[in-house]
Design a protein around this ligand. Structure first.
Ligand code: FMN
Length: 205
């Protein structure tokens, strides 16, 4: 197989914090040989967005947590995907998600869970973060640990409300986001190779 496998990060960010997390996810995906990563801001709903998502093997959804849910702009994108839903355009693709908010908790889980429902509505296969929780689980841990927010469903980040996107999310949260991108990309590789092997089973005597 020669073509690079496309992984697309489809995100919204009101003030730039979640955009940093999105870039880290894309960087992680692009670090896997055989994969190319795209970064799409869903505040612009144009033909090129839908084309990029149609072509993607995996879509990683990202939104800030606003009022304990995904942002209105992200939700507008989710609703605008209804024609794709009707055509089953994303059926069988991989999906994953990330969110960022000011609170350590801030109801980030609710934003991630709504992304899993969006993916399930489209018939996509959800790829979880794939990390054990960080420092909270161990007295010897540190807030610099990967997955310091202790999420299973997707990548979480925290940006204190008085820090700009130049200073937050933290390095640990950006490394966690990078991990998510890499993990999704490796899963996409296995997924595509597995599908090709299933389509062309080896002939055995
Ligand atoms: C309208 C609005 C609602 C928010 N609601 C929450 C919330 O429910 N929980 C939380 O922890 N932070 C909340 N925040 C803080 C943002 O999640 C936080 O500032 C985040 O870093 C913004 O990301 P962005 O720069 O990508 O937009 C809210 C911010 C705004 C503007």
């Amino acid at each position: 197989m020669s073509a690079l496998i496309p992984v697309v990060v489809a995100y919204h960010s009101g003030y730039g914090h979640t955009a940093r997390q999105a870039s880290a996810v894309a960087e992680g995906a692009a670090s896997v040989p055989g994969v190319r990563a795209g970064l799409r801001d869903v505040s612009t709903l144009d033909e090129s967005l839908w084309e990029a998502l149609a072509e993607a093997e995996a879509i990683v959804f990202g939104s800030p947590t606003y009022m304990g849910a995904t942002s209105a702009v992200f939700q507008r994108f989710a609703e605008a995907s209804a024609p794709v839903w009707a055509a089953r355009g994303w059926q069988g693709k991989l999906a994953a998600g990330f969110t960022n908010s000011a609170g350590v908790n801030g109801n980030k889980d609710n934003a991630l869970l709504s992304m899993t429902v969006l993916a399930a509505q489209h018939g996509m296969n959800w790829v979880p973060l794939g990390l054990v929780p960080g420092w909270i689980y161990s007295s010897g841990g540190s807030p610099e640990d990967l997955n310091r927010m202790g999420s299973f469903v997707g990548a979480m980040a925290q940006s204190p409300s008085d820090l700009g996107p130049d200073r937050s999310p933290s390095d640990a949260d950006l490394r966690t986001a990078r991990h998510l991108g890499e993990h999704v990309a490796r899963t996409a590789l296995r997924f595509v190779h597995g599908r090709e092997a299933a389509a062309h089973p080896a002939v055995t005597a």
